[in-house]
Ligand binder design. Structure first.
Ligand code: SAM
Ligand code: ZN
Ligand code: ZN
Ligand code: ZN
Length: 368
């Protein structure tokens, strides 16, 4: 491996997974998968290519057992046949990895190496890293019982960032009887382009991190679909600062008096206070917010139904956010409307005065 650029936080580079507290299973001879490829000297591509039985089942050939012997082309994990890549500093997403040569669709890019740990250890580590305040998380799932942690030890794959519109994907391969994770190109990638895959389902970051991938279909949060250990570890971001749930700065309503924050425009505050705008406007807003909520529900219903059919226990974050936004807008409009009515009942003189100021002689605006 070339030397790392200056400023990259230290880690131990490995090109083979290391088992942590787990025993390596010995590969039995009867478990070795042997393909039926026949090597043709005039055609090097004949050795364990796309049609090799092992390649078709995402299994690497075993040295000494492949009929194509030294010509076998299906030992890429074992021989570290990676694409040329380069580390670079991104904006806002830490370090990233880019293609240092043109990469073809389907090509094996690099193995995601790290320490293989149990799920109990993964949960423990994930929380410990969070407590230590580590900004970047490197734990991904390997199978139902094991995880790969590339925090302390890993390959350059640990630097590949997430994208909601990725040019790479993870694939699991069986290599000498063990499952390993490779990053593969989903499409042709030109030299100089950043490599990225979708962290959903595989990534166990331990915290909810806002996604900065910039894709049009961005799902807003990293690993939005992975459940992992996130329940106890939600993190709130504010600029460069990240807070765990218990450390989120408390809301100070005084700040809202000076600055108009998202969703609380001055006109809305005036409306709520029964100020310059007629309460009929509030009634219209209330109806609009209700109609918006219904239309959002119509839009997301197919996703929810599909989701229930797949028996997953949470919908994608982007869908949930849309629903929450519309519901909050509805409650807010309801509250503003009812508050203005109460205010009208309690202090009718103030409202009448305001209405008179707003539209002198306009009979339409009279409170009925
Ligand atoms: C596996 S590491 C990737 C390498 C990392 N950027 C670094 O500097 O070491 C995952 C971490 O990178 C950051 N990251 C990756 N993709 C991101 C994205 N799309 N938006 C924001 N942060 C991202 C997050 O901090 C995440 O915990
Ligand atoms: Zn073969
Ligand atoms: Zn082979
Ligand atoms: Zn995104």
């Amino acid at each position: 491996m070339d030397q790392l650029p200056e400023g990259v936080p230290p880690f131990i580079h490995i090109s083979q997974n290391e088992l942590f507290g787990l025993k390596r299973k010995k590969l039995k001879e009867e478990d070795i998968a042997i393909c039926e490829c026949v090597y043709d000297e005039t055609n090097p591509e004949s050795a364990c290519g796309e049609r090799c039985l092992n390649v078709l089942t995402s299994t690497e050939c075993t040295d000494g057992y492949c009929p194509c012997r030294q010509h076998c082309r299906n030992q890429k994990f074992q021989k570290c046949e990676y694409a040329r890549t380069k580390l670079f500093k991104t904006e806002g997403r830490g370090w990233g990895l880019l293609a240092d040569e043109n990469i073809k669709a389907g090509q094996f890019v690099i193995e995601y190496c790290g320490e293989i740990i149990s799920s109990a250890e993964a949960e423990k580590r994930s929380q410990a890293y969070e407590t230590l305040g580590l900004k970047d998380a490197y734990i991904i799932s390997l199978n139902a019982n094991c995880f790969i942690d590339a925090t302390r030890k890993g390959s350059l794959a640990r630097f590949i960032n997430h994208s909601c519109q990725p040019n790479c994907e993870t694939r699991k391969w069986t290599v000498l009887g063990e499952t390993r994770v490779g990053i593969f190109a989903k499409k042709d990638i030109s030299v100089g382009n950043e490599l990225a895959y979708d962290y959903n389902f595989e990534w166990y970051g331990g915290a909810t991190v806002r996604c900065l991938c910039g894709a049009a279909n961005c799902s807003l949060f990293l690993g939005a679909k992975s459940h992992g250990f996130q329940e106890y570890n939600h993190v709130w971001e504010d600029g460069d600062d990240r807070y765990t749930v218990e450390k989120i700065p408390l809301y100070d309503s005084a700040e809202d008096e000076q600055f108009s924050s998202y969703g609380t425009s001055p006109s809305e505050r005036e409306l709520a206070a029964g100020g310059e705008i007629h309460w009929l406007g509030l009634f219209e807003r209330k109806n609009k917010a209700n109609a918006d909520l219904n239309s959002v529900y119509d839009e997301i219903r197919p996703i929810i139904e599909k989701h229930e059919g797949d028996s997953q226990d949470s919908v994608p974050t982007s869908v949930a956010m849309k629903w929450i936004d519309a519901t909050c807008a509805k409650y807010k409009a309801d509250f503003n409307f009812h508050f203005s009515i109460i205010k009208n009942v309690m202090c009718p003189s103030i409202l009448a005065e305001n209405e008179a100021k707003l539209s002198p002689g306009d009979g339409q605006n009279e409170t009925k």
